[in-house]
Design a protein around this ligand. Structure first.
Ligand SMILES: *Cc1c(COP(=O)(O)O)cnc(C)c1O
Length: 421
């Protein structure tokens, strides 16, 4: 459920007309709903209410400062995957003891940053990382709290580019080697073993792979405890999927997910962490765009938008579906027609949808891409010298620009010309 609904025939974000935002800020523009962000966070938080838990928002999904501040004020921790994200979390007011550091390539600088600024735990992904972490912690006179990310070799049944829990993926250490690696970690004085971490992928639309992975984590918890390790925290990763295509998908709800977590792991008396990104931010955002032209081609029509693959890369990168709806509610009985919906970028991959059934639209009409709040703005670029598009946050009947559109001069003047030219 989200807070983007038609009111008086115009699509609104909460109580604000998206047409009004488009007129004030221009298009294309990302618009986020505070109520939806908070609703999703609380769904997860409530679903784990019976357990000692922390919901650490995976901020790579949408790391705007205002989004982070909204969630942090509601009590969320953060899952970060870079020094830049760590700095963003801190800047948004998140304290170090609520920040979890994930990622396969943490550098010495990033480790120093987090150890100095405070960290809840590092999710260690390899032995060389573990050795460096131990060394840097000792140099700084600190002890680094760690979990080790295990790769459970479970098929997440999702798009290959976002599956992370199979043995051929680069993430974590094979679960079969976990005892050996934990034994090694226990000998390193710069580290303190806190628990176990697992994250098998993103946009999972079925609970079975999660349950399989968490079952393996439960077994491993018992084994490691028997080996003498004080396993007291389980980081269960993120990955719960969202209904990008509302007419035919209904992934499990956070409540079902929470019940499954309690069923599989509740008996272990561990604190649990989850790291949802997409499910918190995805349906909390839309991308609003204007039709530039309706172009008639050989046997098919093209709706050419002012948004492009550089603004929202998911269709080009993951073959992703986004529901695309007109801002003005179509009249009842209006006949939809198939169109290809494309951007202006000089690549055939700049196609958002093929032969999509749409009401008749033309130049100047506005559309909204639904479910664009996660992995949208954060993955955008200035390809084709198209300045990054603005972001707007709505809260009730108010809205604010939370990242302005840079001017062309700002974009161009970031380059510098060497003196020999
Ligand atoms: C990307 C990622 C997440 C978030 O995944 P979602 O599908 O957005 O919920 C959580 N944890 C880790 C380690 C990740 O890499």
């Amino acid at each position: 459920m989200d807070h983007f609904l038609y009111k008086d025939g115009v699509l609104h974000a909460e109580d604000v007309s998206l047409a009004e935002i488009a007129a004030a800020v221009g298009t294309p523009v990302y618009v986020y709903s505070t109520a939806t962000l908070l609703r999703h966070f609380h769904l997860f938080d409530d679903a784990l209410a019976g357990m000692d838990h922390l919901v650490c928002y995976a901020m790579k999904a949408n790391s705007n400062q205002a989004v982070l501040r909204t969630l942090a004020q509601a009590g969320a921790g953060m899952d970060v995957v870079s020094g830049g994200e760590y700095r963003r979390a801190k800047a948004a007011g998140v304290s170090g003891d609520k920040i979890v550091f994930s990622g396969v390539g943490k550098t010495r600088e990033e480790i120093e940053l987090a150890l100095t600024g405070g960290i809840r735990q590092f999710n260690v992904e390899s032995e060389p990382e573990m050795l460096l972490l131990d060394q840097v912690a000792r140099e700084l006179g600190k002890v680094a709290p760690i979990t080790i990310r295990v790769n459970p070799d479970v098929d997440a049944k999702t798009h290959a580019k976002i599956a992370t829990g199979k043995s051929e993926n680069k993430f974590g250490i094979p679960i079969a080697r976990a005892r050996e690696v934990y034994a090694m970690a226990a000998k390193l004085p710069g580290l303190e073993i806190i628990g176990i971490d697992v994250h098998i992928g993103s946009q999972l639309t079925d609970l079975a792979p999660f349950e399989q992975a968490y079952g393996k984590v439960a077994e491993l918890t018992e084994v490691l405890r028997a080996d003498g390790h004080n396993i007291r925290r389980l980081d269960l990763g993120g990955g719960l999927g969202i209904p990008y295509e509302r007419s035919n998908t209904a992934p499990p709800l956070p409540t079902d997910y929470g019940a499954m977590v309690q069923r599989t792991l509740g008996h272990l008396d561990c604190e649990v962490e989850i790291e949802p990104g997409r499910l918190i931010a995805g349906n909390a955002g839309v991308l609003v765009s204007e039709v530039i032209y309706l172009k008639s081609g050989e046997g098919r029509d093209f709706l050419i938008l002012d948004a492009a693959m550089n603004d929202l890369i998911r269709p080009a990168m993951y073959d992703a579906w986004h529901d695309i709806v007109p801002l003005n509610e179509p009249a009842p009985g209006a006949e939809p027609r198939p169109v290809d919906i494309v951007g202006p970028v000089c690549e055939s991959g700049d196609t958002f949808a093929k032969q999509r059934m749409m009401p008749t639209l033309g130049s100047g009409d506005l559309v909204a891409f639904r479910s664009a709040g996660a992995y949208g703005a954060v993955m955008s670029s200035e390809y084709n010298s198209r300045p990054l598009i603005p972001e707007v946050l709505v809260n009730g009947d108010q809205f604010a620009v939370i990242r302005p559109r840079p001017s062309f001069d700002e974009m161009i003047n970031r380059d510098t010309i060497p003196e020999w030219l």
